[in-house]
Design a protein around this ligand. Structure first.
Ligand SMILES: Cc1cc2nc3c(=O)[nH]c(=O)nc-3n(C[C@H](O)[C@H](O)[C@H](O)COP(=O)(O)OP(=O)(O)OC[C@H]3O[C@@H](n4cnc5c(N)ncnc54)[C@H](O)[C@@H]3O)c2cc1C
Length: 346
């Protein structure tokens, strides 16, 4: 039997390449470094930190089986549990101010009953709200629950992941990858964490954009988040509160549309009047990389230059922050499997 330790010793010429330095690429890199500590890992990306989709996300940990079409509920639960354990361990540790993990209470409101939410068994606390409590909060919804979960402040978490990766010997190359064929004969295994751009990089046209838009306001009196079923929500970060949102399928525009801004503000002010006087300090638009199902898969790709072992980890849609830690662990397991297999001759 070949143990990981032996694997690392016996395969000194192995190396792994990762395309992507968003939350998925960096989380995958961390798991690979844990599983295969002696195998060199290089991240290739042309966007880092604030230029990634990950950077601007609200960061709310909100697991939901319905958001992961095509993945069996047990797997979504396992990914979510894995992520919550990790994020909550950071949030309750002295590292929290560096990693950006905040234990944050909040409310979900809805006009349809919320059956068995995945939140229930996972987070710090969960309970249904009574109609009297909904009334006291002044909201016009029939159902609601109060949840204490973790918010990941991604502008802190991404640099922390990157620093960890580099401290552990990881290399970073700033360049655009035009084809994975560039890695044939260079890396033993390549992990594709290119998010939305997998459409072009591996020609996967089942990845589609769901355009999002957040309005950032200065509202230090807001210490909780609120999520509703009809596209009005807000999530506090370290220094600002993000108001959302929109979900525009197949819209590729990265421009700020003033009509969307007004709609978001109007819905949020109606939901939560205390936001009304909060000064707007910024706005952000990006594309959620949707795919049904999210792709966590190992394949040998064939190119003119030869075969290449590729593990895919992309298409996290509206759940990239929530699912990143769990899907990346599975991707790293596939990398360990791939690296042990002899290279196919095609
Ligand atoms: C408005 C909005 C709000 C959101 N809120 C939440 C939330 O509250 N909770 C939650 O869980 N999720 C949320 N999300 C979803 C989350 O942001 C995404 O699912 C996640 O960021 C996807 O991460 P990623 O690493 O796959 O992609 P990205 O962050 O886009 O990273 C992709 C990386 O791949 C690199 N890359 C791609 N192609 C190439 C190439 N050809 N050559 C070189 N480099 C390449 C890029 O340079 C980049 O480094 C939100 C998204 C939006 C838009």
């Amino acid at each position: 039997m070949l143990f990981k330790k032996d694997l690392n010793r016996k395969m000194p010429i192995s190396s792994i390449g990762i395309v992507g330095a968003g939350i998925v690429g960096l989380s995958t890199a961390m798991h690979i470094q844990r599983e295969l500590p002696r195998v060199p890992v290089t991240i290739y990306a042309d966007k880092f930190d604030r230029a990634t989709t990950s950077f601007g996300a609200g960061g709310l940990f909100r697991p939901n089986v319905d958001y992961c079409k095509g993945v069996d509920p047990e797997t979504v639960t396992r990914w979510s549990k894995d992520a919550f354990e990790f994020f909550s361990s950071l949030a309750t540790s002295p590292k929290a101010s560096d990693t950006g993990h905040m234990i944050t209470p909040g409310y979900v409101f809805s006009n349809t009953p919320i059956e068995n939410p995945l939140y229930k068994g996972l987070v710090f606390s969960f309970r249904d709200l009574t109609s009297a409590e909904l009334q006291k909060l002044g909201v016009d919804y029939k159902y609601g629950y109060q949840v204490t979960t973790v918010v990941t402040y991604v502008p802190k978490y991404l640099p922390w992941l990157m620093a960890k990766f580099q401290e552990q010997g990881g290399l970073v190359v700033n360049r655009t990858v035009n084809s994975l064929e560039e890695f044939v004969g260079v890396h033993s295994v390549v992990v594709n964490c290119s998010g939305f751009r997998s459409r072009d990089l591996v020609g996967d046209k089942t990845v589609y954009p769901v355009r999002g838009h957040l309005v950032r306001v200065k509202a230090p009196w807001i210490k909780y988040w609120v999520y509703t079923e009809d596209s009005a929500y807000f999530i506090p970060g370290f220094d600002e509160v993000s108001l959302g949102g929109i979900r525009q399928k197949d819209n590729y525009s990265l421009d700020i549309n003033p009509k969307d801004s007004e709609g978001i503000k109007e819905r949020c002010y109606k939901l939560w009047p205390s936001l009304k006087n909060a000064p707007v300090i910024g706005e952000w638009v990006d594309l959620r990389p949707h795919r049904d199902p999210v792709r966590i898969e190992y394949e040998t790709m064939k190119f003119d230059k030869g075969p290449l072992k590729v593990v895919h980890n992309y298409g996290h849609g509206a759940n990239g922050i929530t699912l990143s830690w769990g899907t990346s662990r599975d991707a790293a397991t596939l990398v360990s499997k791939a690296i042990m297999e002899p290279q196919a001759r095609l």
